[in-house]
Ligand binder design. Sequence first.
Ligand SMILES: [Zn+2]
Length: 233
Amino acid sequence: MRSLSLLLVLLLPSIARAETTTAAFSVVLDPGHGGDDTGIRRDPLMEKSLTLEVARSVGKIFEGRSDRRVILTRNADLSVPLNERKRIANEASPGIFISIHFARSPSPESGGPHVYVLAAPKVGGTTSPLNVEEAHAKSLGESWKLAALSASTLSDPPGSARIAPLPLAPLLGVTLPSILIELDALSSKEAARWQDPATIDDAAHKIAAAIDRYLAGDSSLDRIPPPGKNPPP
Ligand SMILES: [Zn+2]
């Protein structure tokens, strides 16, 4: 398992070189699905391919930046278990974790990005014994900040990207500040635009811009709630 994970963690070459000289901040990008798990399909689009293309594009944008180390939880069409993805993330501290996905919506009219942060799973109306809120208390506020900046850069028109707390499996157990971005609904009538490399490139630049703002300590979004509280309206 160890050797498998070493194969899976592919550091971009220029950034890997910088690792020996600087304590680079890790940007862990998690392209959703892979291998037999295609994610959402809308011929000819496949979620597993789009998420990988976007993650690779973000990595290319940061190539040559010695202050950050980009790590992909998969850099091929491979099935990687969630626990392995989380192990990769948690060993990359200090850093942030961004899981990239697409969605399926009930209406072809609805699409666009959504950003999620972890919420504790509820069992019978009370927090589960996992006590996820507590485990993530340190990073949850930072997760909200990263989510707010991501929603801000991804919104087109401004304010359109929503943020929500959900007990999402890809985020459970990740100790880094972490978010899950659904870039669009592939069921949307406008989803064909994802066949255009320019759409992939645009999404990657927006994610990279959000990461830049986060790492620069952008505090322009001051409506970020404390851990465990409700998201900004
Ligand atoms: Zn997905």
